[in-house]
Design a protein. Structure first.
Length: 294
């Protein structure tokens, strides 16, 4: 199998885990989380620090997911009852606080220089075999997460969080308190983000604060919007579309060699932005959304 396709598939799987967590929070519950990358960062740094200190990688992965979930708990306590727009601002601020902490606490995170030499999850075998195993592990985590999401959607808990998304006041009138359900969703989505961050750290082998900027969150937002908010199939499709534009736009220079190399990054972002605008105009419900709605 082509090494490039394996690499793209692995990154897509990591983004899918990240997007599934955000889809659970926003698509099913209505939580506008603009700081999702903060939990991604917590998971990446947790697993990187522990594994480089000699902690077994399975324990490092588990600790990354748990610590990301625990990091969401005080955030939820403080802000879960805020209106949607204020909650979005608070979460965005949280992600920037996390990035500032990993930048400034050099004794733990090595500051702006980042952490290098993060051990691979699969250390035995040739390079291509390691890559295939990593792809398989990432897709296995995605498969488990998708099954769990499907169980949640079909459960009484899933129906409750969808009711909260649609009409929070109506849920209160039935004697249910939405804050508790929203807190659980915030924790679960953050756990998936932490796990995806840990997989990212072990796959790339090097992490630094500038890899966890808010743009990562908005890339995931683009994926779930283009695919279809609130739909698991939409999340999968959206991530594939996002990866197509992110990676496919790399080859624009082959068709326009007269474009300066320094301009290609801006053009790539422009192409992705144009695709999002077109989806918003012609498919506002997303690729996998209800075709009867416009």
């Amino acid at each position: 199998m082509d090494a490039y396709l394996i690499a793209i598939g692995t990154i897509a799987g990591i983004y899918l885990l990240l997007a599934l967590g955000l889809n659970l929070q926003f698509g099913l519950t209505g939580l506008i989380n603009f700081g999702h990358v903060g939990f991604f960062c917590v998971g990446a740094y947790t697993s990187a620090i522990l594994s480089t200190k000699g902690v077994p990688i399975p324990l490092s992965l588990a600790a990354a997911a748990v610590l990301a979930m625990l990091a969401a708990w005080p955030l939820g306590i403080i802000s879960i009852r805020l209106r949607e727009d204020y909650f979005a601002i608070v979460t965005l601020g949280f992600s920037e606080v996390v990035r500032l902490i990993v930048t400034s606490e050099g004794w733990l995170t090595n500051g702006v220089q980042g952490i290098a030499g993060i051990p691979r999850i699969f250390r035995d075998g040739a390079g291509e075999a390691q890559a295939v195993l990593m792809l398989g592990l990432t897709l296995a985590f995605c498969f488990i997460a998708i099954l769990a999401m499907m169980r949640i959607v079909r459960s009484p808990f899933g129906r409750m969080i969808e009711a909260i998304r649609d009409n929070e006041e109506a849920v209160r009138s039935l004697g249910k308190e939405p804050a508790g359900f929203k807190m659980q969703v915030l924790l679960l989505g953050s756990m998936l983000a932490g796990l995806s961050g840990a997989l990212y750290a072990h796959y790339i082998g090097y992490i630094s604060p500038d890899q966890f900027i808010p743009f990562v969150t908005f890339q995931v937002w683009m994926a779930i919007i283009m695919g279809g908010v609130g739909r698991i199939s939409g999340t999968i499709a959206g991530v594939l579309i996002l990866m197509f534009f992110l990676e496919g736009s790399r080859f624009l220079r082959d068709f326009a060699p007269f474009i300066p190399e320094v301009s290609m990054a801006s053009i790539r972002l422009g192409v992705i932005g144009l695709a999002l605008i077109l989806f918003t105009i012609y498919r506002p419900q997303g690729l996998m959304g209800d075709f009867t709605k416009r």
